[in-house]
Every structure is written in C-alpha cells, then in structure tokens.
Design a binder for this molecule. Structure first.
Ligand code: TNX
Length: 532
C-alpha cells in the first residue's frame, strides 16, 4: 500500500513537471488540456458578480504593459469571464483558472484571489509565442499569508515612479506586502506636518569626504542629497498598492537609527554626562550603526514619536506598523541621567529592559489606534512587547524564539534573503554590501525550521526579501540587485514546498524574460548559464 501510494505521488509530481506551466510562483496544480484559446484583439474581459470594474481596468492596463495585447472591457462570446465565488474556491487568496478553446474562466475566492489569477493569466499570455494560449486547468492558493519585499529609501531615495514599478512587479509575482523603510540615520523620507524640520533638515545630508567610504566617489561632492515623500504622494502610493492587493507597511525607526531625526530635533536625544544637550547631530553621511539614539528617559521623546505615528497611522491603513528596534547601541543611555532615572523608577534591570520598555510604550499607543507592532529581532532583548511580531533578520533564531513565545514571526534572514549582498563572484559585479547570496542560495531557503511543531508553525506568517539601499544607488541598480532574487522569494512564499525545484525554477525564470524585458526591468541576467 505504502509503495503504491509513493508511486502515485511520484507520478503526480512528474505529471506536474511535465505540464510545464512556465508560471512563477509555481501553482498548486496545473494540467494541460487539449486545444488552444485564440487571443485576438476582439477578446473581451468581463466582470461577473462582485468583481470591480477597477480590477478590469487595472488588468487591461497590466496585460497591455506585460504582453502588448489590448483586451476589450466587455462580455464577448469567446472571452475572459471573471467571478468571485468563495464556496467554489475555498482558500483565501486562491483562484481557479480554466483556459478552453471556447473561453477563459477565472474564479477567485476573494478579490485578492481573483487578482492573483489575473497575474497568472498575464504571465501565460506573455509567454505564449503565438496568438494561441494552451488550454489548461489551474487551481492555486498561497502557502504563507505574509509574502513581503522591503525597500530602504533612506540611504538612497527612489522616485515615486520607481516605487510604483516596484509594486507592479511585486504584485505580478503574488507578493502581498511592501515594507517601506522610510527613516534611518541618513535621511527621513516621510512628510510629518506637525514637525516641519523633519522635511527641512532631516530629509537631507551633505555629502562630504569625511568618514565616507571611498567606493562612492560621485557622492563626495559637498552637495545636499535627499528629499522626502509628501503625504499626498504617500496616499497615492498606498492607493496604488491597495488596488494591486499589496499592503504597505511603513517603518519608522526607533530607538536607534535616529541620527537624521535628531539632526532636526536634538532635544529628543540623550543629555551628555555633563547635563548639556547631546549632539551635535547631523544626518549621517556614511553607513553603519551610530551611538546617537532617541532618549528613553525623556517623556517628550515619546510624545514626539506618538505624534509622528499618529500621522503615519492616518496615511497607512495596514494593521502592522514597523517600529524598527534594530541595532540600538545603549552607549548614550548608560550615561544619560534621565534614562538612568527611568530604569530606577520602572524597576528595570538594565538598558536592554529599557529598550523593551520603549517598545512596549510605543506599542500601547499603537494598540489604542487598533494597530500592531512589528520590530526587528532585537526587540526580543529585554523581553518581548505583548502583541509584537518579530521580523527575524540575524538568522532565524529570533523568529523561532518569538514563535516559542507564541508571537507571530516573519523570516527575513540576512544569510539568504538580503539583496544588498553579492549575487555572483564575477569581479565586475558592482559594489555591494558584503556576503555572497546567489540565486540558488535564495531559492534554497526554507522558512519553516525542521523541528517546528505544527501548533507552533501557525505563528510563522511568512517570508520577506530585504533591499537595504546603501549600495542600491539608483532604480536600475536596485532592480539589478533585487531581480531575479525577489522572484525566488516569491516562490518560497507562495508555492507548496514539495513543488520547489531549482532547475525547474530556472526553466520557468527563462520564460519570464520577454515579460521582464517588455517591462524594462534591469534584472541581473545571472541565470542563463546557471544549472542546478
Ligand atoms: C543591518 S537588517 C541593518 C541595516 C543595514 C543592513 C545592511 C537591519 C535590521 N539593520 O540598517 O542597512 O544591515 O545589510
């Protein structure tokens, strides 16, 4: 019995591979049927019950951009029919897609599922070499509910047009979260109306030779570098992302990575041991970790951050608000009389517990607003805030620890999914942060640790790729570093584990090339010559 079951499973898997979908992420099931659907200029796309006309309009534009084909927005005899049916398709974000010579029928469990079906259809159209689309059946849903990509816009700023292109690409590969790293030592990038100095000062740094790494000579020009996104621009991005079923999670860094903010509002830094104000502060002009952090002893620091977060919350509807928490040296807190008084008053053991106090206080504020906190794994030190979700970056241990404490975790280990790291060993590779994370290594990453019990695994919400921008100096450079490695993360986040197969992924990746070229994506072509 056991043997025959194994054979059946092997045959099913083989059938799946032989079917050669070409899709990334690989769907839960794909089977070829006989015949073809003829794609012509008269093919219409029509919205059935519950499907918004906006979805149809976005799809038309997307299919045109990805494939060159313009569909008509109406019901035609041989057309594409869209439906929502949560009884027929039972999995959240799931869909079924049937392509037959007589027509195409796409059913989503929900709006998101329908949208993901449209992404699959777009890829199939982009891959068809003629006007014929092979008949097939697809049934599909994601493995993880959180599938994210991050972008740091502090170290280098990216134009709104690029942010939209990035969101388009994320949606195309069925990511549902964009983690927008908006503040850091080198620049504050979000307009906060209550604190105009953040725009006037914290958003800019003056590039000088002092302290700079010699590798970026074009920046050693003494000029002001920077800028920020206005609230109107941010609302536009959030709307754009929402239409594409991408949740934007904003990150406001605290208590560390605060140099730019402190350059505008030095009163929120620690006092010197002499009792004099801290600083002088300036938006950092080189990379690294800085001792200048928000003062945890000063109540007005919390008022400032809470006011900032109130504006952030009004702009971003996401349940999660990312409050950083990483790489906060405690040097200043150790010698700051107010921080030491706080430790004493709150009966805290040490500065680690003071950081915990900091995050907990901010969490309480966000909870009142109906939001939840995410932080990098350092927020575990000194005790985890009650409802916090941990983003595990220094390996996976932080994530596992959070899960053991029954907190949600998202895996984003620098060992596998940091895209500021080198992707090849060619000497011509542009300067990158460090490390060596080729596509195969990214693809080989498995977010669920082997020893995790089923009841613990529910706390593992998903996976995220991370794009720190110290060395991502322009949109082209960012695309080069992020793609195709993000496409591997897309498959890790969406596809069933047993369907992951690197050589088949490479085959399907090559089939993405015409679409990526049409979309003008400056991906790293590191896979043409790759084999498993
Ligand atoms: C660590 S990952 C950081 C970032 C840097 C990155 C460079 C994390 C939470 N903090 O500030 O940009 O390394 O790889």
């Amino acid at each position: 019995m056991r043997v025959s079951l194994t054979i059946v499973i092997i045959l099913l898997n083989a059938g799946n591979l032989l079917a050669q979908s070409g899709l990334i992420p690989e769907p839960v099931s794909y089977s070829l049927k006989s015949g073809e659907f003829l794609l012509t200029k008269t093919v219409g796309i029509s919205a059935g019950p519950g499907v918004s006309l906006e979805t149809v309009a976005i799809t038309q534009a997307q299919i045109r951009a990805c494939t060159g084909l313009t569909l008509v927005a109406k019901k035609t005899k041989q057309g594409i029919d869209l439906r929502i049916d949560s009884l027929q398709v039972t999995q959240p974000e799931g869909y079924t897609l049937q392509i037959r010579p007589q027509g195409i029928s796409l059913t989503g469990h929900d709006q998101a599922g329908l949208f993901y079906g449209l992404q699959s259809l777009t890829q199939l159209i982009a891959q068809s070499k003629s006007a014929d689309l092979a008949a097939c059946d697809i049934s599909d849903y994601p493995r993880f509910s959180y599938r994210g990509m991050h972008l740091d816009v502090s170290r280098h700023l990216f134009p709104i047009a690029f942010i939209k292109k990035y969101i388009d690409l994320l949606a195309l590969y069925k990511f549902n979260t964009f983690h927008w790293h908006l503040t850091d030592d080198q620049g504050w990038r979000i307009e906060i109306k209550r604190y105009p100095e953040l725009q006037q000062k914290a958003a800019y740094r003056t590039e000088t030779l002092i302290g700079h790494k010699k590798e970026l000579p074009h920046r050693f020009d003494g000029k002001r570098y920077g800028g920020y996104y206005t609230q109107a621009e941010i609302k536009d991005i959030v709307r754009y992302a929402t239409q594409r079923h991408v949740t934007v999670i904003p990150e406001i860094e605290m208590p560390g990575h605060a140099m730019a903010a402190l350059s505008a509002y030095p009163q929120f830094g620690c006092l010197k041991p002499s009792g004099q104000p801290g600083g002088p502060y300036q938006a950092a002009t080189f990379w690294g970790v800085f001792d200048e952090v928000f003062c945890a002893g000063n109540d007005s620091t919390f008022t400032f951050l809470e006011n900032v977060l109130d504006e952030v919350v009004s702009l971003f509807p996401s349940t999660y608000i990312h409050i950083g928490g990483d790489e906060c040296p405690k040097t200043r807190w150790k010698t700051c009389s107010k921080c030491q008084a706080r430790i004493h008053k709150e009966h805290l053991k040490d500065e680690d517990e003071l950081q915990s106090y900091f995050i907990r206080r901010i969490e309480q504020h966000l909870t009142k607003k109906g939001r939840q906190v995410i932080g990098w794994d350092e927020i575990l030190e000194g005790g985890l805030s009650p409802g916090a979700t941990v983003m595990s970056w220094r390996g996976i241990e932080g994530g596992i620890e959070a899960i053991r404490q029954k907190h949600n975790a998202i895996m984003t280990p620098e060992s596998h999914v940091y895209f500021d790291y080198y992707q090849s060993l060619y000497p011509e590779e542009p300067l990158a942060a460090a490390g060596y994370t080729p596509l195969s290594k990214v693809y080989g990453y498995e977010p669920v640790p082997a020893d995790l019990r089923a009841e613990e695994a529910v706390y593992l919400k998903g996976v995220q790729g991370t794009a720190w921008s110290e060395y991502l100096t322009s949109p082209d450079q960012a695309e080069y570093m992020i793609f195709p490695r993000a496409i591997a993360v897309a498959e890790i986040g969406w596809s069933q584990r047993q369907h992951r197969n690197y050589s088949d992924f490479l085959r399907r990746l090559r089939q993405q090339v015409p679409m990526l070229k049409r979309l003008n994506v400056h991906y790293a072509n590191c896979f043409d010559e790759l084999t498993d």
